[in-house]
Design a protein around this ligand. Sequence first.
Ligand code: SAM
Length: 269
Amino acid sequence: MASDLPATPLPRARKRFGQHFLHDPAIVRRIVNCVAADEGETVVEIGPGRGALTGLLASCGAQLHLVEIDRELAGDLMMRYAEAPAVTVHTGDVLRFDFTALAGQLNTRLVLVGNLPYNIASPLLIALLSVLDCVDRAIFMLQREVAQRLAAMPGSRDYGRLTVMVSRSCTVEVLFDVRPGAFQPPPKVDSTLVWVCPRAAPLGPPVDSQAYAQVVRTAFSQRRKTLRNSLRSYHPDLAFKEAGIDPGTRPETLSAAQFAQLTAALYPG
Ligand code: SAM
């Protein structure tokens, strides 16, 4: 591990980029073992930071693409990997990164890895739903609360819009928790490593993904209300009947497949 750290003084951790750098070699090794990247694969590391995971990922023999928003850190990584043809550094915001173009150019599906900055975890997960065709698997470190929401079961406290959006198209497995002391500076919350894998086909009947997102957003916009009330603007009586869904229930009791059935009934043809 120590050999992967730059010899020059480390730049200060920037709060606005959610920088909490891993400094526990045992945790780093555990994460990279979970990624299990093979030689022929292409790995995209999101937010490599000071390169705690990058060194071990680079030694797997896979093609490695690093996407880092912090210019100073990206510059350090470019220098460090200048002689490594398998490593490419992209400086910029991962929320604008074109995963489809990279996968198309290399004619491969991507393995995504990241100890994600907490402020972009949910928007990134939602954005990735539209590029799942080019994703093989994603191994992400998330705030524990976000991981619990991703893996929640219908009817539970953590079940919500994020769960319903992601679970229709992906399976989520919680791998292990990481304590704040494994990071520098330590975050105020616990973290959890999750494995996210695109399903062969989304759950439920085929529906337009924007229509699905709209129905889910509207249903959860007033979580305490029944579906009859929150979806009132759709005039949904017939659709509830067609989808076999009780309009008196609350959104957090519906599975992703049921939301797809409801969307199909609300947006026929
Ligand atoms: N991977 C490193 C580690 O585990 O030590 C750093 C993890 S730190 C929690 C998050 C990293 O993501 C930081 O390096 C930060 O600069 C970078 N980052 C934050 N927002 C980003 C964005 N929108 N796009 C790309 N990188 C981002």
